[in-house]
Design a protein around this ligand. Sequence first.
Ligand SMILES: NC(=O)c1ccc[n+]([C@@H]2O[C@H](COP(=O)([O-])OP(=O)(O)OC[C@H]3O[C@@H](n4cnc5c(N)ncnc54)[C@H](OP(=O)(O)O)[C@@H]3O)[C@@H](O)[C@H]2O)c1
Length: 253
Amino acid sequence: MKLQNQTLIITGATSGMGKAIAIELANEGANLILSGRDQKRGNALMAELLDKGQVSKFLPGDVGDIEYNKQLVDLALATFGGLDGVVTNAGMLGLAPVTSLDPYIWDRTFRTNVDAVFFLLKYALPEMLKRPSASVVGNASIAAFKSFPNHPAYCASKAALVALAKQVAVDYGPKVRINAICPGPVDTPFIHDSAIAFPDPVKAVENAGKATLLKRLGEPEDIAKLVLFLVSDDASWITGSAFTIDGGILAGG
Ligand SMILES: NC(=O)c1ccc[n+]([C@@H]2O[C@H](COP(=O)([O-])OP(=O)(O)OC[C@H]3O[C@@H](n4cnc5c(N)ncnc54)[C@H](OP(=O)(O)O)[C@@H]3O)[C@@H](O)[C@H]2O)c1
């Protein structure tokens, strides 16, 4: 088991990629602190992991709340005695071109996608520095590199996450590895919600899959496997990098 006796926090664990990541890491023996807002889905995931013999704790809250991020770290210490890794995965999408984008939505997007990562790392890094090999994986998006209509806040926030991962890797290099992942279209509630901006949302999601070189949407499990690799010692010489996992869209899809 690759993550035996290791403790990690996963944000956005109640759905989509975060849930798949939680299952993948728990299968490798990780102790998990699960974050999300939906108590029911959080409890259901805790129960599912317990069925596999893996103890985890779910703490409901908003990642945009700095105090909540401190509580996540405190819970890891109180429950498992330390912290080895963080997967910052929670994210939101506010769709509108700049001229009609509500400044509140701009702020909210940055608060959830970027500020929240700063808040969690602020409290998590001092604990992770005490561990022999610690790792952070941030879920960005191909939107960090490729622009999409009506996505100014989202694209800018995801580009900020890639820059943040590279910068934190510089300051904490010898002790903590940090990398960003940049998924293309993945079959989660998120992509279906974002498709409502299109005249035919079902067709829009279908087309997103067809636009990849591999002619399908990603599955949350595809992403979870990359995250497992990056948090584990298999990736012990990888830091400050951004990994595209997009079925080939950036290459020419
Ligand atoms: N799906 C895609 O095509 C795609 C592509 C590239 C990147 N991404 C990124 O992948 C990440 C995961 O998205 P997903 O596709 O798996 O979407 P999802 O199934 O909708 O899951 C989003 C998760 O984020 C949590 N979350 C959102 N805002 C939050 C907040 N303010 N406080 C706490 N938790 C919050 C949600 O928790 P609750 O439901 O409990 O509130 C949920 O667990 C996001 O960062 C997204 O930007 C998605």
